[in-house]
Design a protein around this ligand. Sequence first.
Ligand code: TA6
Length: 299
Amino acid sequence: MTYTELDSALASYSTVSLTGESSYPLFMVKNSACEGRVALHGAHLLSWQPVGEEHPVLYTSPEAIYKLGKPVRGGVPICWPWFNAHPTDASLPSHGFARNRFWEFLEVEEGTDYTVLTFQLRADAGTKALWEANFRVVARITLGETAAVQVTTENCGEQDITVGGALHTYFSVGEITNTSVTGFEGCTYVDTVGGGAIEKRQEGAVTFTSEVDSIYINTTAPAHIIDKSWSRQVRVERGGSASAVVWNPWDKKAQEIGDLPDSSYHHFVCIEAANAREDFYGLKAGESHTLSTTISVVR
Ligand code: TA6
């Protein structure tokens, strides 16, 4: 749909409007429970703010780049159909290609205190140049008192496919050194800082005094972000995922990342619902799988 067609398609809804450049449509959501923004590019939830919540819940870099082919640094990037580097071809884009292209808007659903936006991405010549699968992937973004992103992969081909990925959510925090993450106590994780892959066991809460890049495996438990600076807890639930990633780049890597201010590492942490490492999944012809993350501010 063109921008004008999108605008017309939204005219009958009271909680959704279109904004942004015609070359980069943004969906603005405002309902009785929250406000939010979603980019058509990447079906990318950029912001979600429950009514009455003083501090931003999701972090988006002030230096984020909004153009075709570049994933926005922040919000909930949909990393799909693989997590981080492609397992066999390093020339392919890190974290897959779903976050680097425009999706197709499908529909809006409005409830008394929530709004649902649905988008899809289907296989085409461009995706087949990167991954031969015949797929449909649907992103269902629900914004209300809680925020949920559900990504459903359908195998539309005859061949079995193998899929990974992550909902790479950036959470705003008051100060990373006053922040901890609970929910992974006793879990095995792979410490990938510096490109390594060292298996460790989580002792107590996750705290932050240097770069953290940890892939927790065989865990489905919710995580909580304990933000002492803002006296806030944020709950992160996962579905269709037995792995989770906790990431903060710290100072050196933040300086190396062009669309992140050097000091930004103080103000966000990524808690990702993942299908990472051995947690990828296979789909036979006609099968589907849903990866989801559900975010709430504990009141
Ligand atoms: O999920 C953590 C991670 O894989 C880190 O290793 C770092 O690369 C981060 O994702 C950001 O990746 P991006 O491709 O979005 O810059």
